[in-house]
Design a protein around this ligand. Structure first.
Ligand code: AMP
Ligand code: GLY
Length: 424
């Protein structure tokens, strides 16, 4: 099968890495890609937001499957354009991707499907916002209604900060604060059958100890040794399947990757948000553990045959990824700084640890930073402790002036797991 992946981040690098190791894939293209993806796939230029341009490229490379990575092209209807050209496409229609594109739409679907989520008001004026903030009290949760790359949400004890964010965004969703640990659970679906992947946890805040501003994600790990064994089945039954069924009932079936961002609160599982695509950086750790060949899974979602697929196979290994971000991220990042140490990681750490590229590009012989999140250093091990050690050993070989990374990715899960193992 010839496969074309659309996108440019570490998630797309993880997808391309898995696809390049898949014996069923005989040609792999990525558009537009980045300096790291160029080593796994042939890069082609494209305007990822232009459905006609993506369909043109898919025909040109004779793709049997197009995989659309990021949310913006999905919301813009790129998957519709590819399917209209008669080519199998992994990713929801523009209509179904509204599940991510509008938080108000997602709330409406959840209400109809009786999916547990935070109580919320959609507010369009400062007066409505003030009323909603007063109704819920602190801590305040204010979300931009539209796409904001993980940065449209403010959670704060400070009423003035909450009011200011509501005013800056215009249309906002203001909702009840959910306590408890967060879990990301992805499912591959064809609009009817729903296959959950393994759960992961990501680290959204910029700084150690969950301090600092929200980011697109600073690291992730999987599996979650602390989670209840029945968690995935429960979320499938109460969240994923009802949501997929509701979108089908509305005449806008959702096929592709349904991402449930969950809070495990004292009152039970609640949906924090849905995304319509693989999450970044969780994809890096989930795909590191998936043993089922990826192309067959994504193709079955695209053509509606997931019910015929054998059960997914998983490695027993744990996986950890640590994001290296540019100076000043998540503010306007500094770019153009050279990245060093990549060859050293390849020589000393592979295959247990490897570097996935997010915002990078090649300048002559050098790889330079070209975005906020630059690299996602991923490692596997027999347990989280080993995966963590390997990931940070690889991180220590990388040089990028002014860069930042969290030092506590998977730290508490790894120490809780090793303490539990010691008492068994
Ligand atoms: P979202 O873009 O909706 O995933 O929100 C980004 C992050 O903000 C989430 O991962 C949570 O850490 C936090 N957040 C969002 N909604 C809530 C909520 N209702 N209660 C507490 N934290 C939240
Ligand atoms: N990991 C958060 C996201 O992909 O939105």
């Amino acid at each position: 099968m010839k496969v074309l992946v659309i996108g440019t981040g570490a998630r797309e690098h993880a997808l391309c890495r898995s696809l390049s190791l898949d014996p069923a894939v005989d040609a792999l293209y990525c558009a537009p890609g980045n300096a790291g993806i160029a080593e796994a796939a042939e890069l082609r230029p494209v305007d990822p937001l232009d459905g006609a341009d993506v369909a043109r490229l898919a025909r040109e490379v004779e793709a049997g499957l197009v995989v659309v990575g990021p949310e913006a092209p999905l919301v813009a209807g790129v998957a519709d354009a590819v399917r209209a050209a008669g080519i199998a496409c992994f990713g929801p229609s523009g209509a179904a991707a509204r599940l991510e594109g509008s938080k108000a739409f997602a709330k409406d679907v959840m209400a109809a499907a009786q999916v547990p989520t935070a109580r919320a008001y959609v507010c369009t004026t400062p007066e409505e916002a003030d009323e909603a903030l007063a109704a819920f009290g602190a801590p305040y949760v204010v979300k931009d209604d539209g796409l904001a790359a993980g940065k449209g949400v403010v959670v704060t004890e400070d009423l003035e900060e909450a009011r200011a964010h509501a005013r800056a965004c215009g249309r906002v969703v203001i909702e009840e604060f959910l306590d408890g640990p967060e879990v990301s659970l992805f499912a591959v679906t064809d609009g009817t059958t729903v296959l959950p992947l393994q759960p992961a946890q990501d680290f959204k805040r910029a700084l150690d100890g969950d301090e600092g501003p929200n980011t697109g994600g600073m690291g992730a790990y999987s599996p979650l040794p602390w989670a209840e064994p029945g968690l995935v089945d429960e979320v499938l039954r109460t969240v994923l399947q009802p949501t997929v069924d509701e979108l089908r009932r509305r005449g806008t079936p959702f096929s592709g990757l349904l991402y449930a961002g969950l809070a495990l609160t004292s009152r039970g599982v609640r949906v924090i948000e849905f995304n319509a695509r693989f999450g970044d950086p969780e994809t890096q750790v989930v795909l590191a553990r998936l043993r089922t060949p990826l192309s067959g899974l994504l193709h079955a979602s695209a053509v509606g045959t997931l019910d015929a697929l054998p059960a997914l196979r998983w490695s027993e290994d744990a996986a950890v990824t640590v994001v290296i971000a540019s100076h000043n991220y998540p503010g306007t990042p500094r770019t153009g700084d050279p990245v060093t140490g990549l060859d050293e990681v390849a020589a000393k750490d592979a295959p247990d640890a490897y570097v996935l590229h997010a915002g990078t590009k090649r300048e002559g012989d050098a790889v330079v930073s070209a975005g906020g999140r630059v690299l996602s250093v991923t490692a596997t091990g027999t347990d989280l402790g080993e995966a963590r050690e390997r990931a940070y050993a690889a991180v220590s070989r990388i040089g990028l002036d002014g860069s930042q990374y969290r030092t506590d990715i998977a730290a508490s899960a790894a120490s809780a797991a090793s303490a539990a193992a010691a008492t068994r």
